[in-house]
Design a protein around this ligand. Structure first.
Ligand code: GRF
Length: 198
């Protein structure tokens, strides 16, 4: 199974996926890492592992023009699963339709709560006692696609956005690798909104 990973920054989920592949936890190969930011640390992580690290500049392009470049790059490399890992762009219908049920995302909250940016801060501001992370397939909405796996993380009395984000991130690494592995083994079946694990 060939995977393409899309990032915009730090790339710690990317590093966790690379590590899981190296430990034989995911039966796949990363064919490329693509970023919309030239300065993304994740590009260095990819290069250090000899994975093609590609910056595609969105400057002056419409959303769909940009996504056409992404899809061409991914298809040319034979990518079968696209993993968004901190990719800070809304993707177009064209992109979603080019990889139906083949784009995953990790979100740092228990969806459908706290979609969009700063999910950990949203959870703290709301006052929930439990948050967590969600891996889902990407559909044409924002953080609305069918849910693959979720993990709950408690919110502690003296949590800050930083401490909560850190505790959730530790779970993100495990959850994302598990979901990718299930996909690569052909064990995920999308039935409407439900994803069955077989
Ligand atoms: C993670 O918290 C992920 O859930 C969210 O963006 C962040 C990316 O972090 N979608 P990193 O670049 O993987 O370190």
């Amino acid at each position: 199974m060939k995977i393409g990973v899309l990032i915009s920054g730090r790339g710690s989920n990317l590093a966790a996926i690379i590590s899981a592949i190296q430990r034989d936890k995911i039966p796949a190969k990363i064919s490329c890492v693509i970023s919309n930011k030239a300065s993304a640390k994740g590009l260095e992580i990819a290069s250090n592992h000899k994975i093609p690290a590609i910056f595609i500049d969105p400057k002056g392009l419409s959303r769909e023009e940009y996504d056409r470049l992404l899809v061409t790059e991914l298809k040319d490399r034979g990518v079968e699963l696209v993993c968004l890992a901190g990719f800070m762009r809304i993707i177009s219908h064209y992109f979603v339709r080019s990889f139906p049920d083949r784009i995953m995302n990790i979100h740092p909250a228990l969806l459908p709560s706290f979609t969009g940016l700063a999910a950990q801060k949203q959870a703290l501001d709301y006052g929930v006692k439990v948050s967590g992370c969600t891996v889902h397939f990407v559909d044409e909405g924002c953080d609305t696609g069918p849910i693959i796996l979720q993990k709950a993380v408690p919110i502690l009395e003296d949590d800050t956005e930083e401490s909560l984000s850190k505790r959730i991130l530790t779970e993100e690494y495990k959850l994302y690798s598990e979901a990718i592995s299930l996909f690569c083994q052909g064990r995920l079946k999308v039935e409407g909104r439900r994803v069955r694990i077989t």
